[in-house]
Design a protein around this ligand. Structure first.
Ligand code: F0G
Length: 433
């Protein structure tokens, strides 16, 4: 199945070999995506093969990414693949969260069940496969923490050298700890995510290091399988809405591409609407989507949010995300720090839990149902992007009344569950129970 890279800009669409080491179109600077012009298969047969692979013990069939390899056929030789059994993440019904969000029912696709605890693993297994296929043994990324944790793990497993650049003091310890433990060379840069991305792009080019940020089109391929697996788990019943948080907007781009291709190739007859939720202090895509002219994104120079995973002011993938969200007749919402914190506690009280950025989904749903954009009886899947344990400090502060927004305002612990210090005395403890 020949794969090509194609410029995403409608006025350019120049094509390049899939083996070229490029991240933007050399002609016009546009974003790149993979394309499979000769893709032809019987969708129903492919669905049956995918289902049968679930019972197979072959490592690639056990991966919730490579099980769906017909939809991401960019490597000819699967020997370059490193799998940590990524994907395979559950759909979890969450009635309490549904009620809070103003919905009759709500299902979470919980990407925090991935090997390094976030959806980045779906994409990273593909990005690392491409690096190995190209014969490049040094990889780099800038990250708000999850991409770096994931890249460090896959690079270590695949024998690649990993260089990680993170905004100093602005990622959670859980994520930083992962990068260190997986053995990546880690640089804490005194700059924000957007500034560091520009820096890393220069370094990668100068030193011949392969860049594994979500601008890398092969990572986007892997993240498509989040949607494919979700539809497979739903026996191909298409939801009305898919809701996800937006940072650099790679995931939004991946979901849109997956749905476009699945429709074009006959797997589904209609596409769900995409709703993207951003934090108030880092919401340039919200501003763009609601502007009179949607032709240029105005970057937020100093993004601020406690949901550090989505603390991004200048999202590189905005042109792709804009097309995908508008063509799906979707929506873009923004939510406050208080709304994220409370939604997160509700997801926790549902026995599910997630990291702050992921909770933006439920906070956004609550607003979108209040305004009638999402109907209360809609069939909604929200994607929880990261595991609860990624950022325990945030949780401890919330439940002990110590969480402060970046502007210094206290966040109310609406659903507070304060730990109680007690003496070693059964009588006194019994009195409290
Ligand atoms: N949720 C989590 C938990 C994330 O880590 C990220 C992005 C997003 C949502 C937003 O996804 O960028 O595709 O729109 N984290 C990146 C990182 C930026 O470096 O780990 P997006």
């Amino acid at each position: 199945m020949p794969a090509e890279l194609v410029c995403f800009e409608p006025g350019c669409r120049t094509r390049f070999a899939v083996t070229e080491v490029i991240y933007n179109c050399p002609r016009c600077g546009g974003l790149l995506e993979t394309d499979y012009p000769e893709w032809r298969s019987d969708a129903e047969q492919v669905k049956a093969v995918w289902r049968a692979r679930r019972t197979c013990n072959m490592p690639l069939d056990q991966s919730g990414v490579w099980r769906y390899r017909e939809i991401i056929p960019f490597v000819e030789n699967l020997d370059s693949v490193i799998s940590l059994r990524e994907g395979n993440t559950p759909l979890l019904a969450a009635p309490k969260a549904a009620a809070y969000g103003g919905l009759d029912r709500l299902v979470f696709k919980h990407q925090g069940f991935n090997p390094t605890g976030s959806f980045k693993d779906n994409g990273m297994t593909c990005g690392v496969a491409q690096a190995r296929r190209l014969g490049i043994d040094r990889v780099a990324c800038v990250s708000t923490g999850n991409t770096s944790a994931s890249m460090a793990a896959y690079a270590a497993a695949g024998g690649l050298e990993a260089f990680i650049f993170i905004p100093h003091g602005n990622i959670s310890f859980g994520k930083l700890a992962q990068a260190l433990e997986y053995g990546a060379r880690t640089f804490q840069v005194q700059a924000n995510f957007d500034q560091i991305l520009a820096l890393v792009r220069v370094l990668a080019e100068r030193l011949g290091i392969y860049l594994l940020n979500s601008i890398n089109p092969f990572r986007i391929e892997g993240q498509k399988t989040i949607v494919v697996e979700m539809l497979d788990q739903r026996d191909w019943s298409v939801p009305d809405w898919i809701v996800l948080p937006g940072g650099n907007l790679g995931n939004t781009s991946a979901f849109g591409k997956a749905l476009r291709e699945l429709k074009q190739w006959g797997f589904i007859q209609k596409v769900p609407r995409l709703a993207v939720v951003q934090a108030d202090g880092a919401a340039p895509f919200f501003d763009l989507y609601h502007a009179a002219q949607r032709d240029r994104l105005n970057a937020v120079a100093h993004p601020e949010t406690l949901a550090t995973a989505i603390k991004i002011g200048d999202p590189v993938s905005w042109p792709k995300a804009l097309k995908e969200v508008s063509e799906s007749l979707g929506a873009v919402e923004r939510v406050s720090e208080q709304e994220i914190a409370d939604a997160k506690a509700v997801i926790g009280k549902s026995g599910i839990g997630c990291e702050p950025a992921s909770a933006a989904t439920l906070a956004g749903i609550r607003k979108l149902t209040a305004t009638g954009i999402i109907r209360h009886d809609a069939d909604v899947v929200a994607v929880l992007t990261g595991n609860l344990l990624k950022d325990p400090e945030y949780i401890y502060r919330y439940h002990t009344g110590q969480l402060e927004a970046p502007d210094g305002n206290a966040i109310q612990s609406t659903f507070c569950n304060r730990p109680v210090v007690v003496p070693n005395d059964p009588e006194k403890i019994a009195a409290l129970l």
